[in-house]
Design a protein around this ligand. Structure first.
Ligand code: NAI
Length: 466
C-alpha cells in the first residue's frame, strides 16, 4: 500500500475515534487517525469528563474536610483553597492522559495526522494543518463528536456568560454563579464551584433536575445538594441575559412570571450538538437527520457507501463509553466481524456527591410503557461501609420484570455509584434476574452490598432493612 493509502481513516480522536482506530489496527487494518486538536482524546480527555472529574475529586476532599473533618478527628486549622494549584493538578492529569493515548495509538500502529479533515469523496480525505496530506482510503469513520449548544437568547462571551469549556478553568471562584440547565454538566460543575464557595443557583426548565433518572432519585439528589448549599429553581425557562460592568442579570420565565437572577458568571449547560460542519459532508452526499446528526443504519453506515459514523455525531446518548463501544463495533464490522452495541444497558452517571447512576429501564419509564415490574429499594443509611465512610445519603433501586424476574434496570444514588453500577450492567448484559444478583456474593463491607440488598428487596427479603 502507498504511504498515504489506508484501509480506514478515522476522523476525530475522541474516545470514539481513537478506540475505533486502535481496534481497526489490532484487526490488521492499516489505519489513519485525523485530529485537528494538538492533543488526542477529544472533548472527554481535554475539556470534558476527565478534567471535570479531577476537579470533582479535589473539591470533594476539600468539602469533606471542611464540613466533616472535625467529626473524624481531623483538625486542619484554617483550611484554604488555592484555585491556581487546583487547576494545575487538573491540567497535569489531562496532560498525563493525552500523552498516554498518543503513545498507545502510535504503539498500536495507527498513523496520526494533525489537521482538519475534509471528505473529498468516499475514498479521499484531505488534511489541512501541520500534517497537510491527501489520504486515499477504503473506508472513512466520522467520529467528530459534539460541541456545546448555545441558547439563542444567551450570547456566550467566554468571560461572564460561559460554557463548560471555560468553567473547568476559572482562575478564581465566582461570587455568584448561575447555571442554566440541571443536567450532567450543570450539576457537576455547579457542585465544583459551590464546594469552592460560590453561591450557585441552577435554573432548570423541566420540573426537576437530573430528569433522565427516576423521579424519586432525582428529587432526593436535589434535596441533598440543597442541603450542601446549592440553590435550584425548576420549571424556569431562561430567556436572556444582560451583562453590565462585569455582572450579569439572567432573565427566566417561572410560573408565568419574569424573574431575574444576578451573577458574576453564568454557565450555560443546556446540552450539546453534533460537530458536522466543515467536513464536506454535503458535497460527499452524507445525509443528516432533523437534529443535524449524521444518519446511520444499525451498522453505523451513512447514506454513502464506505463512510461510517459513530459517537456523539450520530443518534443516541452523548456519552464517551457509548462512543467507545461504537468505535470497537465499527472497526469489527470493517474487518468483516459482527460488531454490536447493546444500547439497552448503557450506564449513565452524574458525578455529584453522592453520585447518581442508572442502567437499563427506570421505574418511571416502565410505568409509562405499562411494563409490570417489581421494585426493590435499599437505603445507604443501612450499610456499614457507607456509615464508616460518612456517606449514608442515598438509595439503590432494582427494577425487575414482574413476570420473569429478569433484571430490567438499576438506579443508584450513592457514593461510588459509578463504580458498582457495572455489577448490575454485567447481570443485565447476560439476561440475569434479580434473584441472580441477590445470590451474587458481594465483598463485605462495601457500599456495593446495597445493590445485592435491593435485589433481595425485589422479593421482599432484604436482610438489613425492615
Ligand atoms: P443535558 O441534556 O444533560 O441537560 C441540559 C438541561 O438543560 C436539561 O435538563 C434541559 O431541560 C435544560 N435546559 C434546556 N434549555 C433550558 C433553558 N432555556 N432554561 C433552563 N434550562 C434549560 O446537557 P448537559 O448537562 O449540557 O450535557 C451535555 C451532554 O454531555 C449530555 O448528553 C450529557 O449526558 C453529556 N455529559 C455526560 C456526563 C457524564 O456522563 N457524567 C458529564 C457531562 C456531560
Amino acid at each position: 500500500m502507498a504511504e498515504n493509502s489506508f484501509d480506514v481513516t478515522v476522523i476525530g480522536a475522541g474516545p470514539g475515534g481513537y478506540v475505533a482506530a486502535i481496534r481497526a489496527s489490532q484487526l490488521g487494518l492499516k489505519t489513519a487517525l485525523v485530529e485537528k486538536r494538538e492533543t488526542l482524546g477529544g472533548t472527554c480527555l481535554n475539556i470534558g469528563c476527565i478534567p471535570s472529574k479531577a476537579l470533582l475529586h479535589s473539591t470533594e476532599i476539600y468539602e469533606f474536610l471542611r464540613e466533616k473533618g472535625a467529626d473524624h478527628g481531623i483538625k486542619t486549622g484554617s483550611l484554604k483553597i488555592d484555585v491556581g494549584a487546583l487547576m494545575k493538578k487538573k491540567d497535569a492529569v489531562v496532560e498525563n492522559l493525552v500523552k498516554g493515548v498518543a503513545t498507545l495509538v502510535s504503539k498500536k500502529g495507527v498513523t496520526v495526522f494533525q489537521g482538519a479533515a475534509r471528505i473529498k469523496d468516499a475514498n479521499t480525505v484531505e488534511v489541512d494543518g501541520p500534517d497537510k496530506a491527501t489520504l486515499e482510503t477504503r473506508n472513512i469513520v466520522i467520529a467528530t463528536g459534539s460541541r456545546v449548544s448555545e441558547l439563542p437568547s444567551l450570547k456566550i462571551d467566554g468571560k461572564t456568560v460561559v460554557t463548560s469549556d471555560d468553567a473547568i478553568a476559572f482562575d478564581k471562584t465566582p461570587g455568584k454563579l448561575v447555571v442554566v440547565g440541571g443536567g450532567a454538566i450543570g450539576l457537576e460543575l455547579g457542585a465544583v464551584w459551590s464546594r469552592l464557595g460560590s453561591e450557585v443557583t441552577v435554573l432548570e426548565f423541566l420540573p426537576r433536575i437530573a430528569a433522565g433518572f427516576d423521579t424519586d432519585i432525582s428529587r432526593m439528589l436535589e434535596r441533598i445538594l440543597k442541603k450542601r448549599g446549592m440553590n435550584f429553581v425548576t420549571g424556569a425557562k431562561v430567556t436572556g441575559a444582560e451583562t453590565r460592568k462585569g455582572k450579569v442579570t439572567v432573565t427566566a420565565e417561572h410560573n408565568g412570571d419574569q424573574k431575574t437572577y444576578e451573577a458574576d458568571k453564568v454557565l450555560v449547560a443546556v446540552g450539546r450538538r453534533p460537530c458536522t460542519e466543515g467536513l464536506g459532508l454535503e458535497d460527499a452526499g452524507v445525509e443528516l437527520d432533523d437534529r443535524k446528526r449524521v444518519k446511520t443504519d444499525n451498522h453505523f453506515r451513512t447514506s454513502v457507501k464506505n463512510i461510517y459514523a459513530i459517537g456523539d455525531v450520530i443518534a443516541g446518548p452523548m456519552l464517551a463509553h457509548k462512543a467507545e463501544e461504537e468505535g470497537v463495533a465499527v472497526a469489527e464490522i470493517l474487518a468483516g466481524k459482527p460488531g454490536h452495541v447493546n444500547y439497552d444497558v448503557i450506564p449513565n452517571v452524574i458525578y455529584t456527591d453522592p453520585e447518581v447512576a442508572s442502567a437499563g429501564l427506570g421505574e418511571d419509564h416502565a410505568k409509562e410503557k405499562e411494563i409490570k415490574v417489581n421494585v426493590g429499594k435499599f437505603p445507604l443509611s443501612a450499610n456499614g461501609r457507607a456509615l464508616a465512610m460518612d456517606a449514608t445519603e442515598g438509595l439503590v433501586k432494582v427494577i425487575a420484570c414482574a413476570e420473569t424476574d429478569r433484571l430490567l434496570g438499576v438506579q443508584i444514588l450513592g457514593r461510588n455509584a459509578s463504580e458498582f453500577i457495572s455489577g448490575a450492567v454485567a447481570h443485565m448484559e447476560y439476561g440475569g434476574s434479580a434473584e441472580d444478583l441477590a445470590r451474587t456474593v458481594h465483598a463485605h463491607p462495601t457500599i456495593s452490598e446495597t445493590l445485592k440488598e435491593a435485589a433481595l428487596a425485589v422479593d421482599k427479603r432484604a436482610i438489613h432493612s425492615l
